[in-house]
Write a new protein. Structure first.
Length: 503
């Protein structure tokens, strides 16, 4: 049985935008719960009012169609409001990791041409200190307190009457999401309204989702996987998003039980933790009908064990930021193959190419390439890098794979030098560049080391300059000044030569 192109007919392929999608959901399910966060509940009607209030503020402060506005927020309702308000005025939402250092923020805000930033107080402090180096950034909106140019409370006092969206098409940019770059500098993947809208439709169909579903958001919304699965899919089908203030396994189980969560999306580390949690039996998780995982590979031996323990299917998929992100899934509805990343879904096409971009026969290993409505417009202000990965209509993933006779894809390695840790992509060169900035470091090699919970951890092999003394804690502290926490090496080994490199 050939399984490629599953759910192809279920996607709404006509031109559409995320603005029309959220307007339809607000009108159709106005009194349904859109977001639950701790003890607070926001209906679709209330969500729409808040989106309009923020959109009016942005418009009144000069944000126009095509302007970039950065969102640096954790998984809180304000993220959802900010995301859709930016789109509503025709802007482009730049979603940034909340763990970003001041050094990283300066690059991301400058590179994205951000006209404004919506963030929390801790990040606002970092941005104020570099404000003079960001000439395009006109104002900050801070979600708590009054220490921004504009306070969130002030925004919410704005009139909440409907704000009309300027003319948009599916090909207009909606979001810029930064992904690790081979050269050490992140690249901004430009995702269009069509990219993300068709993904929301596809995921709704793959999950058999309805307005009765409640999705527990355990992946950051600034991550493409989190935004698409946790937010866009839930809001497309009129279901509810359930957010947690703080992540711990006890809270995960308690939230599933009290909120009646019907599905979860998380990285493998979360599901492994759930399996090993000794108090899991205390909680009733019968409401769960589906668990979605991606970001890195789930250890194959644990998938059937998880499904047996919790009586729920685990749907493992594959994607990348440049593909909005979903490309394939192992689908319980048809047939799963443990160890594979499933089959291409929707209108996604997959092939295996050799080094000269020639298609290889089924079963042979080569580079996985894809095309479909999910593929990005390109990298922001990086035409050369865009041309390198988008060739002859195909997105070159940099992943090595083979495809069997039924269309199931099996990853076999990486063509590009990259580490995936807890679902985040890290290119070693970026970490190596920061390590070499330390005055005591002569040379360095960064590698990935296998880890059950995180998939891989970052390990650095370091050669010190003659006459210098340094320990791993001091070097990690140096890294934290410039790198997000997930990019900081968890292991540092001091060596005489880089030939000593070993995991």
């Amino acid at each position: 049985m050939i399984c490629e192109g599953i759910f192809k007919l279920g996607i709404v392929m006509k031109e559409n935008t995320l603005c029309s999608m959220i307007d339809h959901s607000i009108d159709t399910w106005s009194e349904n719960r859109a977001i639950v966060h701790g003890n607070s509940v926001m209906t679709y009607r209330e969500l729409g009012q808040k989106i309009n209030s923020l959109a009016r503020t942005l418009r009144n402060h000069g944000i126009e169609k095509g302007d970039s506005v950065a969102v640096v927020l954790p998984n809180i309702p304000d993220f959802v409001v900010s995301y859709f308000a930016i789109l509503k005025v025709g802007g482009v939402a730049v979603t940034i990791n909340t763990a970003s250092t001041q050094h990283e923020l300066k690059y991301l805000l400058d590179n994205s041409d951000a006209r404004a930033v919506i963030t929390a107080p801790a990040t606002a402090v970092k941005i104020r200190e570099i404000r003079r180096e960001l000439p395009l950034c006109r104002f900050l909106i801070v979600t708590e307190g009054v220490d921004g140019d504009i306070s969130w409370d002030e925004v919410m006092r704005e009139e909440s009457a409907y704000v009309k969206t300027p003319p948009l098409t599916g090909d207009d940019p909606a979001v810029i999401v930064y992904t690790a770059g081979l050269t050490g500098k992140p690249l901004g993947a430009v995702l269009t309204h069509k990219n993300l809208y068709t993904q929301a439709c596809l995921l709704r169909d793959l999950c058999d989702g309805t307005e009765r579903d409640r999705g527990l958001a355990l992946i950051p919304l600034f991550h493409t996987f989190g935004a698409t699965v946790n937010m866009l899919c839930a809001l497309k089908m009129g279901g509810g998003m359930v957010m947690m203030d703080r992540f711990n396994l006890d809270s995960v189980f308690r939230t599933i039980e009290t909120e009646g969560a019907t599905y979860i999306s998380a990285v493998p580390r979360v599901y492994l933790g759930m399996m090993l949690y000794e108090d899991a039996e205390r909680f009733n998780v019968d409401s769960l009908r589906l668990c979605i995982t991606g970001g890195s590979a789930m250890p194959v031996d644990y998938i059937p064990l998880f499904e047996k323990k919790f009586g729920v299917k685990l749907m493992e998929g594959y994607g990348l930021t440049e593909a909005s992100p979903v490309c394939s899934f192992n689908l319980p509805q048809i047939k799963t193959k443990i160890g594979s990343i499933g089959v291409a879904v929707g209108d996604v096409e997959t092939k295996i190419f050799d080094d000269e971009d020639h298609e290889l026969p089924r079963g042979e290993e080569g580079e996985l390439v894809i095309r479909g409505s999910n593929v990005m417009k390109g990298y922001y202000k990086e035409p050369q890098r865009t041309a390198e990965v988008l060739r002859n209509g195909w997105l070159h993933t940099g992943d090595l794979a083979r495809i069997d006779e039924e269309g199931y894809i099996f990853l076999t390695g990486r063509k590009k030098r990259m580490i995936i840790t807890s679902g985040f992509n890290v290119y070693p060169r970026e970490v190596e560049t920061v390590l070499r900035m330390h005055e005591a470091v002569r040379d360095v090699l960064v590698v990935g080391k296998e880890d059950l919970m995180r998939g891989e951890i970052i390990k650095a092999l370091v050669i010190l300059k003659n006459g210098h003394d340094l320990n791993d804690k001091e070097l990690m502290k140096h890294c934290r000044q410039y790198l997000s926490s997930y990019k900081v090496p968890r292991e540092i080994e001091f060596v005489e030569t880089l030939q000593q490199a070993s995991n």
